[in-house]
Design a protein around this ligand. Structure first.
Ligand SMILES: [Zn+2]
Length: 459
């Protein structure tokens, strides 16, 4: 991996540390979703937060002070994505899950090169940062190229190499061994400000034999690495796996994966007993409401999961199955679906929705160094501009109304600036380090190559 080349790109543009941001509103992302009026966030030279809170209790500050209008909040966390699929966006958009995979995605992905994945991840990372997503949890191949792309934009990612078994394809053990070596040689977290973490990405219970899950569980536990897996996504998968193993969570328990640091993506079809298994093991869930709705997979039982104490974050899934990489949009959709599926408008508040996108996302990934504006965490910060109709009634409204305007109305188009580990990576809505138009042109070239050739013409 050419991590050093990418790291030098990042370190050459570090420019904004030892910085105090002073804003009319600071959302701390603590468990009460506190709204601080006239607050500051102090960023140390090490890229971590030294203080976040109201001005009267702030320490003396000798560094630069930058005043911003609007709202500061923690960087958003996308707990489940395949962002490199930007080159496949729009394909098979009206197909159900299995047909979509078999007819639209897998044939195109078979043609995909590591450079295509790099171009796709670069554009995906730009898109996410512009929408306030500072960390994404990815599952895909070409992990080295993913790391280079993320370090180029200045984002943060957990990169899980996808592991599966297909007839005539690579043995799953080879992918596991690559992940082992990557972590053992480069470290679990690496790059400037630990922007890159590596993990294991067993695709699903239906793409791997059970003993493979056991092997992966052992390696991941030894390395304290994240295991990122699709779980109980579609009704068809649920019926088949229940008949074979009791349920996917039961299989995960039997193979030892529940004892690892596991994030279960989708987790739509869970019984009460399955939820209890997740709660008892601290398994995280990546809730992908828009993808699940678009592919007609179902609605996750958010109320039941949260009541049981399962850490639930939000994911976009890939940009070919959503088709946005927009976590504020997911927060809104998650709240809407939870309310309508329980006939209860109190199921998820605007404050809850914001925490799903930040603090709880970090919890679902087993990370306590991101997801909130708290002393010692990385200074991953989003600035929301309020010169927009969504905030026309001003900021001097009560907390519930303010958070409501952010979640229900504002949307990611109001993101103005983004810092990762105290480095500004988005300024006035645009990527600081990368040329978006050039990245789009690269994806356009990849997309043209990834058109599946038509079958041989019959007489
Ligand atoms: Zn997925």
């Amino acid at each position: 991996m050419n991590l050093h080349r990418a790291a030098s790109v990042v370190s050459s543009v570090i420019n904004s540390r030892d910085l105090r941001l002073h804003a009319p509103i600071v959302l701390l992302g603590d468990s009460r979703c506190s709204v601080v009026r006239d607050g500051v966030v102090d960023i140390g030279y090490d890229g971590r937060i030294r203080y976040a809170g109201p001005v009267p209790t702030a320490p003396v500050w000798d560094g630069e002070v930058r005043r911003v209008t609007g709202i500061l909040l923690p960087g958003l966390i996308n707990t489940h994505a395949h962002s490199a699929m930007t080159a496949l966006r729009g394909r098979g958009g009206d197909l159900p899950l299995i047909d979509w995979l078999q007819q639209a995605m897998w044939p195109a992905e078979a043609l995909m090169t590591p450079e295509d994945a790099r171009a796709g991840m670069l554009l995906g990372s730009i898109e996410m940062l512009r929408g306030g997503v500072t960390t994404s949890s990815e599952m895909y191949f070409a992990i080295d190229e993913h790391a280079e792309a993320v370090l180029e934009t200045g984002g943060r990612a957990i990169l899980a190499e996808v592991i599966f078994e297909l007839p005539g394809g690579e043995d799953w053990g080879a992918a596991v061994e690559r992940v082992n070596k990557r972590i053992d040689y480069l470290g679990l977290r690496t790059g400037p400000d630990e922007r890159i973490e590596f993990g294991y990405g067993p695709h699903s219970a239906y793409m791997l034999p059970p003993h493979a899950l056991g092997v992966i569980a052992g390696h991941a536990r030894d390395r304290k690495a994240l295991v990122h897996m699709h779980v109980a996504e579609s009704p068809g998968e649920d019926v088949e796996q229940r008949s074979r193993f009791g349920s996917v969570p039961r299989l995960l328990q039997e193979t030892g994966l529940l004892d690892a640091r596991l994030v279960a993506a989708h987790a739509v079809h869970l019984s009460d007993a399955d939820i209890d298994l997740f709660a008892a093991s601290g398994t995280g869930v990546a809730h992908c409401p828009a993808s699940n709705a678009k592919l007609a997979s179902g609605i996750l039982r958010l109320k039941a999961l949260r009541k049981a104490g399962v850490p639930v974050g939000l994911g976009t899934d890939g940009p070919a199955s959503n088709d946005r990489l927009d976590l504020l949009d997911e927060a809104r959709t998650a709240a809407l679906l939870a309310r309508v599926s329980t006939s209860d408008a109190r199921t998820v508040s605007a404050a809850d929705a914001l925490l799903l996108a930040t603090r709880y996302g970090a919890e679902a990934l087993g990370r306590n160094d991101i997801g909130a504006l708290e002393v010692g965490r990385w200074a991953d910060i989003v600035h929301i501009g309020v010169d927009t109709p969504a905030f026309a009634t001003g900021l001097d409204v009560d907390d519930e109304e303010l958070l409501g305007n952010l979640i229900w109305s504002a949307g990611s188009r109001t993101v103005r600036d983004v810092w990762v580990a105290g480095d500004r990576v988005v300024a006035d809505g645009g990527s600081v380090r990368t040329d978006r138009q050039r990245a789009q042109a690269q994806v356009a070239a990849s997309a043209a190559r990834l058109r599946v050739p038509p079958g041989p013409a019959g007489p």
